[in-house]
Design a protein around this ligand. Structure first.
Ligand code: ZN
Length: 142
């Protein structure tokens, strides 16, 4: 186990633009506000989305395409650095009109309406590096 410690900085409440993609929007917002590290949650509704499931044997993502409107029942994530740029890692639980859910790694989330709660984290700047065991980009914590 490796741990990095932070102080909590600014806490921003953000109304996401209609038709924006959460995965593109959040790192842009962070950069604009001078935020390097952050944790966030999102609630609202998406017009469509792409979720992913990581196949631990094949070391590749399987895509789950969602073409219908869904509620964001839960979305949690963080912002760190990958290849020198802000990088978002988010997971979401999305609910359809019956309350049935699909969940996974959020690759794309096109906003109908959404509220982002972004917590700035001040301290060590974590960079994602390739991990040979999982074949994923994981935090390099010293
Ligand atoms: Zn993930």
């Amino acid at each position: 186990m490796a741990t990095a410690e932070f102080e909590v900085g600014k806490f921003l409440l953000i109304r996401a633009e209609h038709d924006s993609d959460l995965i593109q929007l959040i790192p842009k917002l962070a950069k604009k506000k001078g935020i390097v590290m952050a944790a966030f949650t999102v609630i609202g509704a998406l017009k469509r989305a792409k979720l992913e499931f990581y196949d631990q044997e094949k070391h590749e993502y399987q895509e789950i395409t969602i073409k219908q409107p869904h509620e964001i029942a839960s979305c949690v994530g963080n912002v760190s650095i990958k290849n020198g740029n802000p990088f978002v890692h988010a997971h979401a639980v999305l609910a359809d009109e019956n309350g049935d859910t699909k969940a996974g790694h959020l690759a794309e989330g096109i906003v109908f309406a959404a509220e982002i709660h972004l917590h700035e984290l001040k301290g060590t700047k974590l960079e994602r590096k390739h991990d040979s065991v999982t074949d994923l980009s994981l935090w390099e914590i010293k």
